[in-house]
Design a protein around this ligand. Structure first.
Ligand SMILES: [Zn+2]
Length: 160
């Protein structure tokens, strides 16, 4: 499932990437018409809270209209409406670029902080940002697990 988030859903877009989904973000000031065309052309579901988008021709088959306020509520609503699996492929994509992460080559370890070099290090081939299991990632994993557990109402085996 590929997604496209409108400008108002930047935070949610980041969380979808954290869960491993291919989630693009609307460009600043991108028109509704453009967004819908982009969603159609790339086979993406357009996520929005903007009801006006519904009025466009051909909107119905690509639009997912959300009513939520705040990222927790939006996560819940997406679980219900699109069966989003928040533990799909956690931290497999760059949160900034939406590009799949690669293993950081040994030769580039010097770019990572000294105290994390014994970990599995991933990097974004586009922006070169390095990812590892720091506190921030661990906190985000907890949130993803909570959303998954709340949505599926079954026992989720701990990730790792
Ligand atoms: Zn990146």
């Amino acid at each position: 499932m590929k997604l496209l988030c409108d400008e108002m859903l930047k935070g949610l877009c980041r969380w979808l990437r954290a869960a491993g989904y291919d989630a693009e973000q609307a460009s600043e000031g991108e028109s509704d018409r453009n967004l819908l065309a982009r969603a159609h052309a790339s086979g993406r579901i357009l996520l929005t809270r903007d009801r006006k988008l519904q009025e466009h021709r051909n909107a119905a088959d690509t639009l997912c209209l959300l009513n939520c306020n705040g990222v927790d509520a939006c996560a819940r609503e997406l679980t219900e409406k699109l069966a989003i699996d928040w533990l799909y492929k956690p931290f497999s994509r760059c949160l900034i670029c939406n590009v799949p992460l690669d293993l950081l080559p040994r030769g580039d370890f010097s770019q990572a902080p000294v105290d994390v070099r014994d970990q599995t290090l991933l990097h974004c081939p586009s922006c070169k940002r390095i990812y590892w299991e720091g506190n921030h990632v661990q906190r985000m994993r907890i949130k993803l697990r909570n959303w998954a557990a709340a949505g599926q109402q079954r026992n989720i085996p701990p990730y790792c």
